[in-house]
Design a protein around this ligand. Structure first.
Ligand SMILES: Cc1ncc(COP(=O)(O)O)c(C=O)c1O
Length: 424
């Protein structure tokens, strides 16, 4: 495979874009391939190389790179007729109604422009609603580039995980290990009346895919309720992917107070959203006093793409297809792993999948620390390159989830399994 064009583009980019990329995870080694176009389940790079894509934009592309006809028609029409106004449009009401109809916890929803913006606003909303400052987060959980959740450390001592964030932010954030009921109970014993919210992904999706133990979310629900705190599910990844249109909360049967969305709900365009009980959501301005606003929020092109994408999923076998193919993939990789790398663990559900390079004697990951102990360098420096050379585009590190789309086929799964066999 030749990469001359990509290398030259990266050379140019390094002069004008920090690190040559606009989002850190894209800086693959030694340099990223630059995408020229998508085509169904494939992407084609600047040198004409074709890859079977399981990155899928890091999650938003439920359909792969070809929009279903009604989505394409709506996007083209809204893009050419505006494209935006700074005044409300019908399609944002359509999408809000759709989400409220399908997602158990959502009575009202506010649209924003990214998952980060959604979690920033959700944390502010929880603090405003409860008149408390502290939030509990999961170690290794990811909620975007926001000051309150970019923390590391533990229950007793949290520090910002990036320069540029005053340590006073971390003072209000309490990280606990995922799946550790005792740690959550202890935090509530000691700080129960100061905690505005527990903020967690239903499944950790940015740290290898870590599934909740049975009863974990239920216990968080009980603790938050008992102490007058909110339970916020960050469904930016799992929303409209895990559990289909009811999202992960429907699949797990746990109803949070507030949910953040992103990725799929915008049909491939920049989006975020905060949904939940009306009583809480109406704290947002202008209904209430918790400030929330945005020039591009509820952008008509995004709203149309989201609404038509979800409507298409409601009317077609989309989730059956992606979940079935991903199950075949997980089973196939599990067989290969059993043969060639028996200490490794295959994880995922619905259309998410990942192989964790767990070491000999280690168990299936139950939290972020278990994933961090895996052979993370092997994934990044050897395995990813081996798969790329075989025309399979995976997420470039051990931590980020991978996704099967509606455009993938049985033949694609066979091809992928052959590549795993050779590369593992
Ligand atoms: C669970 C979760 N929350 C929030 C975010 C931030 O979303 P965005 O990158 O759209 O700001 C992400 C991004 O991957 C995410 O996975």
């Amino acid at each position: 495979m030749r990469h001359d064009e990509s290398r030259a583009l990266y050379d140019r980019a390094l002069s004008v874009i920090p690190g040559g990329v606009n989002s850190s995870v894209r800086a693959t080694r030694p340099y990223p391939f630059f995408i020229e176009r998508g085509d169904g389940a494939h992407v084609v790079d600047a040198d004409g190389n074709r890859y079977l894509d399981y990155v899928m934009g890091y999650g938003p592309l439920l359909y792969g790179h070809d929009m279903p006809d009604p989505v394409r028609a709506a996007v083209q029409s809204y893009a050419s007729e505006g494209p935006m106004y700074g005044a409300p449009t019908e399609v944002e009401v359509d999408l809000a109604e759709f989400v409220a109809r399908h997602v158990p916890s959502v009575e009202m929803i506010r649209f924003v422009n990214s998952g980060t913006e959604a979690t920033v606003s959700a944390v502010r909303l929880a603090r405003g609603y409860t008149d408390r400052d502290k939030i509990v987060v999961m170690q290794g959980g990811y909620h975007g580039a926001q000051e309150s959740t970019l923390v590391e450390g533990s229950f007793d001592h949290a520090e910002p995980s990036s320069p540029g964030i005053p340590s006073s932010f971390a003072e209000h954030t309490i990280p606990v290990p995922f799946n550790d009921v005792a740690a959550a109970e202890r935090v509530f014993e000691e700080h129960g009346d100061e905690i505005a919210a527990v903020l967690t992904e239903p499944i950790l999706g940015n740290t290898g895919i870590v599934h909740p133990d049975d009863g974990y979310h239920e216990r968080l629900r009980e603790l938050t309720e008992a102490h007058g705190s909110l339970l916020i599910f960050d469904e930016v990844i799992t929303g409209f992917r895990v559990g289909g249109l009811q999202c992960a909360q429907g699949k797990f049967g746990v109803t949070p107070d507030v949910t953040t969305f992103g990725k799929i709900v915008g049909g491939g365009f920049p989006v975020g959203a905060i949904g939940g009980k009306a009583e809480i959501l109406e704290q947002f301005t202008p209904a209430g006093d918790v400030f929330q606003s945005g020039t591009f929020s509820g952008h008509p092109v995004t709203m149309a793409a989201g609404y038509e994408s979800l409507t298409y999923a409601a009317e077609n076998d989309v989730y059956d297809h992606v979940n079935h193919l991903a199950e075949r993939l997980r089973e196939g990789i599990s067989d290969i792993v059993a043969d060639q790398a028996p200490s490794y663990t295959v994880v995922g559900t619905d259309s998410m999948f990942k192989t964790i390079f767990t070491r000999e004697g280690h168990v299936a990951p139950r939290n972020a620390a278990d994933v961090a102990d895996a052979e993370t360098e092997r994934w990044e420096r050897i395995f990813w390159q081996e798969m790329t050379e075989r025309g399979i585009f995976l997420t470039a590190n051990q931590f980020e989830s991978q996704f099967v789309s509606y455009a993938h086929t049985d033949e694609d799964i066979e091809e992928t399994l052959e590549a795993y066999k050779e590369a593992l």
